[in-house]
Design a protein around this ligand. Structure first.
Ligand SMILES: Nc1nc2c(ncn2[C@@H]2O[C@H](COP(=O)(O)OP(=O)(O)O)[C@@H](O)[C@H]2O)c(=O)[nH]1
Ligand SMILES: [Mg+2]
Length: 460
């Protein structure tokens, strides 16, 4: 259900807890008049004297009692995030005082905003498209420079522009087809067939590129899963700590300390990653440990990259990981650890591992950890060149709609080449426009829209 947009909404836009300031956001017809009932400024007799989009100093007074010293900003429609009248109250950042002011606003006729409702209004009022709305949420959740670069492009509307360009191309073909239907004697499709084929080729190429970009886009949003695995005591936890530069995972001389998988977010030269430390894989009678090992397998299967760690001082290459889990599609980087304990000339790598990329390190040495970090970075980015492109798909929803659009393009191509009739071709092209429109939110069903905005924070 799309909420009623005639009412005025309010919410706390800042995170809960104690902070320097909190911001209460009000949007809708009554936003300014409600603020006028509780905001008092020495310099301005009335709220209507306050200049648009400036910060004004004053006090919140509720029932003739001063409650907080604040700054107030009025953004009159249509020059606001929601395209409605918006007022922001910047008050002191305690949850009691913030809620006190919010309650006063609600008591004077505003309704508590639903999650994401401010952004939803911005979208429904045409200020941003759905990909930009999604980008605002992704911006809040971004954990790395790479993710930020990607989000910024989307927030600036680059993806929207790209989809609009593709839609224009499709519309151009559709208008020729429709002209052919209306004026059969002119046969506009046949006389422009080469141009139509050219444009279809371009659209196909662009859609395929976008669909392909989704895999990277999603990884950049969610983080690459890098799993540290190997026998007990080879130095997995030590490496994890080194990569994190903090000691979160317990390093212990007794084998089998990491009994569960431990997941930590970090950034590897700007690439967002989840580092997952696992229990050492070996034969054991200990039930708890066995459970840990099972969890290690689960993590390994979901990995984007496995760091298979080997202790050079106690080399045992006997575990063939591939015998335990199917990892045929997952790249493995062999990490030969504890080089400080062995003579470098004595390091030999058995045949079965020869084909794997490898790195010799000592987790004790910071510079080796830097090398490892660089190697992981090369592994993820080096093969594909530049990871972030100006236009890319960044979530499953966008990818599915783009795939739908490509399917309908194939159908249209078939209809065109088989000469099946312009009416059917027109249907294919119209469906294609609809699938493209879904990416940017023009033809997205309401229930899907609601689901998207529900995932946002309150006050966003
Ligand atoms: N000499 C040396 N000891 C290491 C190195 N890496 C780890 N260790 C030690 O090996 C032991 C096991 O390390 P840990 O990270 O707990 O191994 P895990 O069981 O694979 O997680 C600890 O005593 C570490 O200090 C290394 O590069 N050189
Ligand atoms: Mg461990």
């Amino acid at each position: 259900m799309i909420p009623d947009f005639n009412d005025t909404i309010a919410g706390i836009a800042t995170a809960p807890g104690e902070a320097g300031i909190s911001i209460i956001r009000i949007s809708g017809e009554k936003a300014i008049s409600i603020a006028g009932q509780i905001f008092k400024s020495k310099r301005h007799h009335s709220i209507s004297d306050i200049k648009d989009r400036t910060l004004t100093y004053g006090w919140i007074e509720i029932d003739n009692t001063s409650v907080d010293e604040v700054l107030l900003c009025i953004m009159k429609k249509p020059h606001s995030f929601t395209v409605e009248d918006v007022v922001e109250v910047h008050c002191h950042g305690g949850s009691f005082i913030t809620n006190r002011i919010l309650n006063a606003v609600l008591n004077r006729g505003a309704r508590l905003a639903n999650a994401g409702e401010f952004t939803q209004r911005a979208f429904l009022n045409g200020r941003i498209d759905l990909t930009q709305a999604e980008a605002t949420n992704d911006m809040i959740k971004a954990q790395s420079d790479l993710n930020l670069n990607m989000v910024v492009n989307q927030l600036k509307g680059k993806l929207y522009e790209k989809i609009s360009t593709i839609k224009e191309e499709v519309s151009w073909i559709l208008s020729l087809v429709n002209a052919g239907i209306d004026f059969p004697e002119e046969d506009t499709v046949f006389s422009n067939i080469n141009q139509i084929r050219d444009r279809i080729r371009t659209i196909e190429h662009e859609l395929k590129r976008l669909i392909h970009s989704a895999d990277t886009g999603i990884k950049i949003r969610e983080g690459y899963k890098i799993v540290l695995a190997g026998k007990p005591n080879v130095g997995k936890s030590k490496i994890l700590n080194g990569l994190l530069e903090e000691s979160r995972s317990i390093v212990n001389q007794a084998p089998g300390t990491t009994r569960d998988t431990i997941e930590e977010s970090c950034s590897i030269h700007g690439i967002p990653a989840s580092l997952i430390d696992t229990a050492g894989i070996h034969e054991t009678g200990d039930e708890v440990e066995r459970e840990g090992i099972e969890r290690a397998f689960v993590a390994i299967k979901k990995a984007d990259l496995i760091l298979w760690v080997i202790d050079l001082a106690n080399p045992s290459f006997t575990i063939e990981l591939a015998d335990i889990v199917d990892i045929s599609n997952i790249p493995i980087l062999l990490v030969l650890n504890k080089r400080d304990l062995v003579n470098s000339s004595s390091i030999t790598i058995p045949d079965q591992w020869q084909n794997n990329d490898q790195i010799v390190i000592s987790a004790l040495k910071e510079e080796d950890i830097d090398h490892l970090r660089k190697k992981i970075f090369d592994f993820i980015s080096g093969r594909k060149g530049r990871l972030v492109e100006e236009t890319m798909l960044t979530n499953i929803r966008q990818k599915l709609s783009a795939q739908n659009a490509l399917e309908t393009l194939y159908k249209a191509k078939e209809s065109l080449e088989s000469g099946i009739g312009e009416e059917l071709l027109a249907i294919d092209l119209t469906q294609m426009l609809s699938a493209l429109g879904e990416i940017v939110g023009e033809t997205t069903p309401d229930d899907m829209l609601n689901k998207i905005f529900e995932e946002f924070c309150i006050g966003k």
